[in-house]
Each structure stands twice: as structure tokens, then as C-alpha cells.
Design a protein around this ligand. Structure first.
Ligand SMILES: Cc1cc2nc3c(=O)[nH]c(=O)nc-3n(C[C@H](O)[C@H](O)[C@H](O)COP(=O)(O)OP(=O)(O)OC[C@H]3O[C@@H](n4cnc5c(N)ncnc54)[C@H](O)[C@@H]3O)c2cc1C
Length: 400
């Protein structure tokens, strides 16, 4: 009761506070999860969630799916209400962008000139969409609001990039009766993250739905379109931490608890360069809701005094047309790709193996394989390829 009163007092004073026991930078999936898990773990100190966006924190996946398609309204995908944060003494500080971090003074300085000091700093600043001149991006609610404003009167749309976001946008927009050209500079879709079988399947399905997919260069002339969207990946927002001396490069390096090389500075989510227990033998970044949420939960528990190494099974999903795509595990450095079931049926899975072990599955409308496949990955069972690809053998029966 006392703890709750204290938190509420902190909240009332929050607008003036210039020091927080835990200052979280970034109000996306990782930042919000960190704040909530701190409280769930019983952390009673002051907590602030600071971000440059002015919106009440929201989920990103609907931006390229239901929100772009018009099936969800703006307020349908907020993580929590403003009251939720207030009741837990989580101070929201919107509209502030951190420019510099001073690890010795334990302070951050914002673009507005405001300086805030911290006991622990949690850096969950995600990534910034790579932009092309004159093209829309799909990273923030503001991006998609601007895009939808123009889309209403557009009839020819060019999407640059055949990754998950480009494909989801193509599916949402072609369904609105627009002419959609999707330009991918590689020779196949999802070249960065999935195998050939899924690329080929998705290319065929998008073409059947009316998306004009063009591989290789040169990209079509943007002047021939009413609207251009770039879905060409993100740059991790690590600059202020790297400038302050944190180790990293393509992101901020963290250990198994989420600690950076700077004392009292932690990081999680899209920005975190980490050794994933299910990934290859080198640090990687993982861009998914699961990773952002689970890694942030891990560091929050560690701050609250319950340190346990990050060991969550990676998973990811995407929806395009009536396709429910689900991925479990990480397919980096796979040396074999096995197709289970018939892609022509619209229900199949792809199993990725490395050195004979299943390391990941991409499942298309195959929830059962997705659920059971994680066991194969967890146990590292070696199974003969002809048994793995036999759709009549449930995957759970192949596990030791
Ligand atoms: C359109 C879209 C669809 C997606 N769909 C899926 C999906 O279907 N499934 C899935 O698993 N994943 C999906 N993802 C990926 C997933 O949303 C991300 O992995 C997740 O948002 C990462 O969370 P994060 O908290 O690390 O970063 P972010 O969500 O990027 O949040 C970072 C926040 O920090 C703020 N910030 C950045 N720099 C600063 C600064 N210097 N000062 C203050 N604030 C700052 C940003 O404004 C942002 O609000 C999708 C992503 C997008 C963009």
C-alpha cells in the first residue's frame, strides 16, 4: 500500500523530476515491457519511460497490416491506457529525444535541452527506418498516417523492398484495388531472412493477387507512380550510446542479462547486439516483438534483483492475404532447407537445419508444425530428412 502511494506521489511529481531510479529510453515493445516487468518484479523505485514519439505507446505490427488495410483504428493497438502507467507509477515522458548520454554523470541530455539523471539507464530505442527521398516509410504511427492520407487518392503504388514490411504493405494495398509494383533488388523475396522455398511461394501468391513483382535492378522510375513506399530495413538507434563509449557497431553490444559495456546502462530489443542461444556463433540483432519483449523482461528482472540469462525461444509472425506465416527459431547459417507438405496446397512448413539439427521452421498456415517444431529445436534431435518431410508424421512424434 505504502509502495503504491509512493509510486503515485512519484507520478504526480513526475513532470518536474529530473532523476529516476530507472530511466527507459524508447516507448516501443522493449521499453514498455521493461517498465511493466520492473513493476511485476516488485521494483519500487521511480521509473520513467521517455520517447521521442508523442503518441501513447502502441504496437508496431498492425501498422503494415490491419491499420494500413483500414481494419483497425488508431486507438485499437495501444499497449495500455494512460491510467495503467499512472497507476503503476510509470512516468511517461513523450516528445523528448535523447541526444547524448554521459555514463559518468549518469545523465542523458535531450534535444530540447532537458537533462535527466538516472540510477540505471535502459536503452530500448529500436531502429530508424532507412528512408529514400520522396518515399514513405512504415515505422511509426505518424509514418502510416501520412501514407494513408496520400494513399486514398493514389492509384499506382511502388513499394521498394521485398522484406516482411514491403510484402505486408503490398498485400494490404493491392486489396484496396490499387495497382502495386513491388521492386526487390535481389533475385528473390525475403533474401535476408528466409529460404528459397518461402520466397518462391510468396512471390507466386502475391502475383496471383495482382502484385507486380520485379526482381533485380534497375528499380522502376518513381515518377511513374502516385505513391512510393520504402521497406528497406532499419538502422539501429545506437548512436548516443556508441558515442558515449559503449561497445557495439551494428547496434549496442549486450551480455546475457542485457548489460552494455557501460556501467548501469542496459539495452534490449531491435538495437541490442547479442549472442542468442538459438542463433549463430556471433552477435546478432533480432527484430521481432518476441525478442524485444522477452529480452526487456530479462533485464528488468535483473535490475529488480532476479538475474537470469536471456534464453527465450525466438518466434515471429506475419499475415498476408489469408496466409498465417509463423516462424520459430533462427535460420541464420542454415545449410539445409527441407519442405514439409505441398506448397501448392497453401499449407506447408520449411525446416532449416544446421549440421543435421533443426534450427528453425517457417510455417504457412501450419500452426501444428509451428507449435510442435519448437520441441525439435529445443531438444536438438537429429531426425532423418524423409521423416521430417513426411506430413503424416506429427513433429512431436519425432522428438526424443
Ligand atoms: C510495420 C512493422 C510491422 C512489424 N510486424 C511485426 C510482426 O508481425 N511480428 C514481429 O514479431 N515483429 C514485427 N515488427 C518488428 C517489431 O515491431 C520490432 O521488432 C519491435 O517494435 C522492436 O521493439 P523496440 O522496442 O526494440 O523498438 P521500437 O519499437 O522501434 O521502439 C523504439 C522507440 O524508441 C524511440 N526512440 C528512438 N530513438 C530515440 C531517442 N534517441 N530518444 C528517445 N526516443 C527514441 C522511437 O521513437 C521508438 O518509439 C514489425 C515492425 C514494423 C515497423
Amino acid at each position: 500500500m505504502r509502495r503504491r502511494r509512493d509510486r503515485q506521489r512519484h507520478h504526480r511529481r513526475g513532470a518536474q523530476l529530473s532523476r529516476f531510479d530507472v530511466l527507459i529510453i524508447g516507448t516501443g515493445h522493449a521499453g514498455v515491457a521493461a517498465a511493466i516487468h520492473l513493476r511485476q518484479a516488485g521494483f519500487a523505485g521511480s521509473v520513467a519511460l521517455l520517447g521521442e514519439e508523442t503518441e501513447l505507446p502502441y504496437e508496431r505490427p498492425p501498422l503494415s497490416k490491419d491499420y494500413l488495410a483500414g481494419a483497425k483504428a488508431r486507438d485499437d493497438f495501444r499497449f495500455r491506457s494512460a491510467d495503467f502507467y499512472a497507476e503503476r507509477g510509470i512516468e511517461l515522458i513523450p516528445g523528448e529525444r535523447v541526444k547524448t548520454v554521459d555514463p559518468e554523470a549518469r545523465s542523458v541530455r535531450c534535444a530540447s535541452g532537458r537533462t535527466i539523471t538516472f540510477g540505471e539507464l535502459v536503452w530500448t530505442a529500436g531502429g530508424r527506418a532507412r528512408r529514400l527521398p520522396g518515399a514513405h516509410a512504415i515505422r511509426t504511427l505518424a509514418d502510416v498516417d501520412a501514407l494513408k492520407d496520400e494513399l486514398a487518392s493514389a492509384s499506382r503504388v511502388l513499394i521498394v523492398g521485398g522484406g516482411w514490411i514491403g510484402l505486408e504493405a503490398a498485400a494490404a494495398i493491392v486489396k484496396q484495388g490499387k495497382k502495386v509494383v513491388l521492386a526487390e533488388r535481389e533475385e528473390r523475396l525475403l533474401a535476408r531472412c528466409s529460404g528459397r522455398a518461402l520466397s518462391d511461394f510468396l512471390a507466386a501468391r502475391h502475383r496471383a493477387e495482382g502484385v507486380d513483382i520485379r526482381f533485380g535492378g534497375p528499380s522502376p522510375d518513381p515518377a511513374d507512380f502516385d505513391l512510393v513506399i520504402a521497406g528497406i530495413g532499419i538502422e539501429p538507434e545506437a548512436g548516443p550510446l556508441l558515442a558515449a563509449g559503449a561497445e557495439g557497431g551494428d547496434g549496442v553490444a549486450v551480455d546475457e542479462l542485457g548489460r552494455t559495456s557501460l556501467p548501469h546502462v542496459w539495452a534490449a530489443g531491435d538495437v541490442a547486439l547479442h549472442c542468442n542461444p538459438f542463433g549463430p556463433d556471433r552477435p546478432i540483432r533480432v527484430e521481432s516483438v518476441q525478442h524485444a519483449t522477452d529480452q526487456a523482461a530479462c533485464l528488468a528482472k535483473a535490475i529488480a534483483g532476479d538475474p537470469r540469462p536471456y534464453a527465450a525461444m525466438p518466434w515471429f509472425w506475419s499475415n498476408q492475404f489469408d496466409l498465417k506465416l509463423q516462424t520459430v527459431g533462427l535460420s541464420h547459417d542454415h545449410d539445409e532447407e527441407l519442405v514439409r507438405g505441398d506448397p501448392a496446397s497453401g499449407r506447408f512448413s520449411i525446416l532449416y537445419r544446421r549440421a543435421g539439427k533443426v534450427i528453425a521452421l517457417d510455417c504457412v498456415n501450419m500452426v501444428r508444425d509451428y507449435v510442435q517444431g519448437r520441441l525439435l529445436i529445443e531438444r536438438g534431435t537429429r531426425v532423418a530428412p524423409d521423416r521430417l518431410t513426411d506430413p503424416d508424421l506429427p513433429l512431436k512424434t519425432l522428438v526424443d
